[in-house]
Each structure stands twice: as C-alpha cells, then as structure tokens.
Design a protein around this ligand. Structure first.
Ligand code: SF4
Length: 471
C-alpha cells in the first residue's frame, strides 16, 4: 500500500512515499501527532477531476496526504456529479458502504462535495447517517479549514457549505494534479444557458470566467512540471469572455505558451463556434484537430423544446465551417433520445444527422429526468415510454458503431503520433491518444508514459486502434 504526499506531480514523476509519517501542522516546523490522511473519490466530468485537484491542493496546504484506500483515511471526500440519476444513486450507495470504516476509526470525517451536494446537500445530511459535511462547487476554498474545525475544533458534524458565490473564481488555489499526461485547466465555471434537460446551471450557477493572465500562468506552470498537453475546460468553454479577450484569443495564447505541444478544449456550445475560433484552430499547430460538438438532437422541434438555441441547419453550418478549414478534423457529439415530445419523425431526424455528420465518436443517452429542471414539467403524455426510448437508443448506437467502424477502417495503415497515457489492459501494451483523440494500443512499457511516439495503425475495433511503433 502506498500513500503520497499531495503535491503537483508531473507525468512520469514518481510518487513521493511518506510511509506512516504524520504530516506537519501548517506553518510549523514540528511534526504534529494528528494524522492527516485524505481519500478522495471523484465522479463525473473532467471539471470535477480538476475540482478534486483544487480541493487536494487546499488540503495539502493544511498538511494532508492523499491515500489510495478509504480504510487508511482520516477524511473521506466523495466529489459527486448530478447530471444523471444513476450517478446519484451510486453515490448514495457508496456513502452507506464507506460507513464501515467508522468501526475502526470513529473520528472519521466523511464529506460529500460537488454538484450532487449542491443539489441535495441538505437532504443528504438530514436523511443519511454519517454525512459530516456537504460542500458545493463554490465552497472548496474553505473546505480544509472546515474539516479541521470538525476534527479538532469541536465543530458539530453535518456542516453545510452550499452558497453559490458569483465572485468565486478559484484564483490562488493550486491544483494537485491527478495522475495523467494532460493538465486540465478550468477557464470557466457555470453556465448562462438553460437547456431544459440540464441541471448544471442550478448547481454551478451562472457563467464565471477566469482572468486570462491566471489561465496563462497556470499553463506555464503545468509546462514547468512536465505537461505538454493542456485541456481547457468550461461548461460552454467557447463563450469565454474577459474584457477584450474572447475564447479564440485565449486559445491562441495558450497554444503559444512555449512547451505546449497539444491543446484541446471542452465542451464548446455550437453557437459560439465562430470564424475567429476556427481560424485559430486551423492556424495554431498546437491546437488539436478534434472537437466535441454536442448536437443533442437532429430535430428542430426537439432542439426548440430543449432550448438549445440553434436549428439543425445552423449546427450543420458550423460543421461545414470547421471542415472547410480543417478537413480531417475528428468530431464527436452528445445525443439524447426519448426527450419529452420526441416523435418517431424526430428520432429519424437524429439518425439523419448522425449519417450526415459521420461523427468519429458519440456519447448517446436516453433522456433521464432531473428533478428541478424545466423538462420535468412537460405534460405527462409527452414522456416517451421506456421501451420506445430504449429501442431508439439501441438503434442509434448501432448506427454510430457502423459509422465509427467505417471511419476507423479507413484510417488503418496511417502513421500517427501518440502521446502515451497509461499501461493498456493487455499485458506488455500501452495506451495513448493521437492528436485527433483516437485511442491506440501498442506494445511498449511504462517508461513511455508521457512520451510522444510514432505509431503505424495496424487494426481497429472501431473505437480503438492497435498499432506498432515505427521509430
Ligand atoms: S449549455 Fe445547456 S447542456 Fe451545457 S451546461 Fe449549459 S445548460 Fe447544460
């Protein structure tokens, strides 16, 4: 069993082992007797991973070390997602499971953070035994202090940190980066849209953008620590604005940071894909030829009910603009089937859009109602029967797989550059990604993690490639 000192770690750097040594009290030269070990489990999107990194940073400031098993921890945090019902159910189950560790450690502090905490934190504290703290996404700055007050200051359990704070821009909070070869940098939090299926604006509040100088200094710091791939994050990342900076300008500035070799961003809103942005994507070598462009539906009627604020033609115009300037750009999307009011003709329109765009990848969902979102208030008769929604989802998945396999088979025999990310599941192999975000497995050992390697694609399952090193 290893545990690590919480600190920024570069790709390929080894973890610093700390054994059972207690962490020093912040601001003290003396080793304090209190054990400070934290276990953090993260659910959901990349932004949540980045939020976990920020929380880990705040806890590291107070001398906490991260452990990899909950049974070794004095503090357990579950950083949650509220986007889908089943993710919330899993977390409830997990909270129950983790209570077993109180038998050995009655002083254990268990906290629930993130979007689910923001959405139903009060209920979690009231209804579930053993939730000592709930903290929403704008409360991470104070989390370490509050945990220590519970542990050492006699503060009662069941603390609620649930204020949304429009002025919290997370500046001065240093990320303790998770393992991996990509540095995730959040440039924007919250969202000003109100898509009727989405809980995000209610749990993360309105759009808040970061000062570009802070983003750029984080990018430079990531490079100093060995990262060469950066992913910029935001709920509608390309609507970013700060004084006379728009997202296109920010993207170019990050791409030009010396040492940055690849830049990605996610998730853009189709309406904010502008000519200026596409120019930067086409001109800057470091910007990857890949874009996740959520469509959600191929039917104008559904898009209107979802309040996506574009029509299918407008969406397709963005796709054309991208492909005109970047012909081999790899596109991916999100699609929802079975949204309230979806008729067979609407679903067929979604299939048509999939056929027309021919996405390299797609995240396909059956609509799942989220309490508190406008879509739950559509008339009951609009809700699509489960079997119908399931049948549509299966048909959409089948079509997507067919298209994806066809695209991938045409890419076999190409030479690509792969950034190696981790050992593959198959013995003796490693897994990495191409600039166009294609997953490639090829023979190699862990020394290659964090390296760029030339690989010839030799075979594909559709979703993943096999390859052989060429140099
Ligand atoms: S744009 Fe729509 S789907 Fe995306 S986060 Fe905002 S409300 Fe949710």
């Amino acid at each position: 069993m290893t545990e690590r000192l919480v600190q920024l770690r570069a790709p390929g750097e080894s973890r610093e082992e700390t054994g059972d040594r207690p962490a020093p009290e912040p601001g003290s030269d003396h080793v304090q007797p209190a054990s400070r070990r934290v276990f953090i489990e993260t659910y959901g999107c990349q932004m949540n991973i980045n939020d976990t990194e920020l929380m880990a940073g705040k806890l590291a400031d107070r001398g906490y070390v991260q452990v990899e098993e909950p049974g070794r921890a004095d503090v357990i945090l579950i950083n949650t997602c509220a986007v889908r019902e089943n993710a919330e159910q899993r977390v409830r189950g997990r909270i129950g499971q983790l209570q077993q560790f109180r038998q050995e450690n009655p002083d254990l502090v268990l906290g629930v953070t993130g979007c689910m905490a923001q959405r139903i934190g009060d209920r979690l504290v009231e209804e579930m035994d053993g939730v000592d703290l709930v903290a929403g996404p704008d409360a991470y700055r104070d989390i370490g202090e509050r945990i220590d007050q519970i542990r050492f200051g006699g503060l009662e359990r069941g603390q609620r940190l649930l204020e949304l704070d429009g002025s919290e821009r997370y500046e001065g909070m240093d990320a303790v980066r998770e393992e991996g070869v990509t540095a995730w940098i959040t440039v924007q939090r919250g969202c000003d849209h109100r898509c009727t299926f989405c809980i995000v604006p209610y749990v993360r509040g309105g759009e808040k953008n970061r000062d570009p100088s802070a983003v750029l200094s984080e990018a430079r710091e990531a490079v100093e620590r060995g990262y060469s791939e950066i992913t910029l994050l935001g709920q509608t990342v390309n609507s970013y604005r700060w004084e006379n900076w728009d997202f296109a300008r920010l993207l170019r500035a990050v791409a030009l940071v010396p040492g940055v070799r690849r830049v990605r961003f996610t998730s853009p809103h189709p309406n904010d894909v502008t000519e200026r942005l596409v120019d930067v994507m086409a001109e800057e070598e470091a910007v990857c030829r890949q874009l996740h462009l959520p469509a959600q539906s191929g039917s104008d009627w559904m898009l209107k009910r979802m309040v996506r604020r574009y029509t299918v033609d407008e969406y397709l115009e963005k796709v054309r603009m991208l492909r005109d300037r970047i012909p081999d750009i790899a596109l991916s999307t999100d699609m929802i089937v079975g949204f309230p009011g979806e008729r067979e003709v609407d679903f067929r329109a979604t299939l048509d859009l999939m056929r027309e765009v021919r996405y390299d990848d797609a995240f396909l969902y059956r609509y799942s109602p989220r309490e508190g979102t406008p879509a739950t208030r559509f008339p009951e008769e609009d809700f699509v029967e489960d079997e119908v929604a399931q049948r549509r989802l299966e048909e959409l998945i089948e079509l997507h797989r067919e298209i994806q396999r066809d695209i991938a088979e045409n890419e076999v025999d190409r030479d690509v550059e792969v950034l190696v990310e981790e050992p593959a599941r198959s013995d003796g192999d490693v897994l990495g990604k191409t600039e166009r975000n294609k997953a490639v497995v090829f023979p190699g050992d862990e020394d290659l993690i964090g390296e760029y390697v030339s690989v010839r694609l030799t075979d594909t399952t559709g979703a993943t490639f096999r390859g052989e090193r060429t140099a």
